[in-house]
Design a protein around this ligand. Structure first.
Ligand code: BT5
Length: 257
């Protein structure tokens, strides 16, 4: 299945008010994050979406590489949320992807804190959020979403042991167009609920596979071990260490022990 992701086709019947109403499409691009940043600095409206069929320099956190061939979905959404809502952006983005995959495939994805979506414990999607903060105001936020849709993960040995794709999971190809439209609709629905912080937090917590697990967190120069006990209202992970102390983890890489 090789869906046409051109803006005209995406926009047909797209029932959103602003997210995705402007789409900038590239058959191939270095990274949608870079293109979105340029557009945002030139004043692009909130809701503008940059989409690439394929990325040559797709990236994750800390400049890690994101493998982004034609079978994947790679997009960045430019938003200008209220600064108080910034901690909730990762929650609504993750929930938008989980709900959309459920709606399109009946698979049951889960969220691995802080920014991965897993199916059967393997990574299907990564989310990257970059905020342009200036003193106490936010110029823009960019939500980058990469989903492995129609890919044979065994073709990518670097990630084959811990990643998966929707087509590998269900044994047939999935419409990238339907999935993309659903992600945009869900993103907007949840964005409009941002003032209901408790509801968003509760939904996110319900889908977090990490809670209750014995984990190891690599923070670059330090490794913490313990039980992932809960998350704070800002989305930080609260880790109960063996000595009983509770540490608040803002960002890091989690490994299940
Ligand atoms: C992420 O980072 O998971 C965020 C990825 C965001 C990608 C999107 S695509 C659209 C937009 N444009 C971009 O340039 N980026 C965003 P992180 O948690 O740092 O994970 C990165 C790690 O995931 C890599 O070091 C690999 O181990 C692994 N990885 C790379 N490609 C993958 C893939 N296609 N599927 C699963 N895992 C992958």
């Amino acid at each position: 299945m090789d869906d046409d992701l051109s803006p005209e086709i995406i926009l047909q019947n797209l029932k959103t008010q602003f997210i995705g109403q402007k789409i900038i499409y590239f058959p191939i691009l270095d990274s949608t994050m870079e293109a979105a940043r340029r557009e945002a600095l030139w004043g692009a409206e909130a809701g503008t979406v940059i989409i690439a069929e394929q990325q040559s320099g797709g990236r994750g956190r800390l400049q890690r590489k994101w493998i982004s061939p034609r079978g994947g979905l790679a997009l960045s959404i430019i938003l200008r949320p209220n600064i108080d809502h910034l901690p909730y952006m990762i929650m609504i983005s993750s929930l938008a992807v989980v709900n959309s995959i459920q709606a399109i495939t009946s698979l049951n994805p889960q969220i691995k804190w802080p920014n991965d979506i897993l199916i059967n414990e393997k990574k299907i999607c990564g989310i990257l959020i970059e905020n342009d903060l200036r003193q106490n105001s936010l110029h823009h936020a960019i939500i980058g979403i990469g989903i492995n849709v129609n890919m044979h993960i065994s073709d990518y040995p670097e990630i084959a042991s811990f990643a998966t794709s929707l087509s590998d999971q269900i044994g047939r190809e999935v419409s990238k167009l339907d999935l993309l439209r659903q992600v945009l609709i869900e993103m907007e629905r949840l964005y409009q609920l941002l003032s209901q912080k408790e509801y968003i937090l509760a939904q996110w917590k319900d889908n977090l596979i990490t809670l209750g697990q014995s984990i190891e967190i690599n923070m670059g120069n330090k490794i913490y071990k313990g039980i992932a006990e809960s998350v704070s209202k800002e989305g930080n992970l609260l880790l109960r260490q063996k000595n009983g102390t509770l540490v608040r983890i803002v960002a890091g890489d989690v490994t299940l022990r």
